[in-house]
Design a protein around this ligand. Sequence first.
Ligand code: THU
Length: 133
Amino acid sequence: MISKAQQKKLVNTALKVLKNSYSPHSGFKVGSALLGKNGKVYAGTNVEFDAFSLTVCAERAALFNGISGGEKKFNAIAIAAGSDKFIYPCGLCRQALVEFNPEMEVILITKSKKVKHFILKDIIPNYFKLNRV
Ligand code: THU
């Protein structure tokens, strides 16, 4: 379990970065903050393009940021929705994140700061894992 102080930092970062979302097509803002094993926090927002399929979710944007920062393991992620309903990470993001720690704590936040917690592996059973030969 991450500490209360770490939780607070993640939640605040996800809410803060939500404002930077570039979502001219859907108008739906998402902000995310990942806690690296070394204690650093990496933020990400969704980014949308005129060529729609290039869209990147906030969770993977944060993950790319963390990997670029030299991290290999993440202990928690906060995902802030630009609406009053919780949003769960999409299937692509679940797979991307689980490869870096199935035990990752996931914290969902709504715009009005309602919070929900769970463990990543519980929402992606039997995820793909490469059997290296
Ligand atoms: N989106 C995320 O950033 N994270 C999710 O978990 C689900 C969806 C984004 C992608 C797109 O920019 C917008 O939300 C609407 O689908």
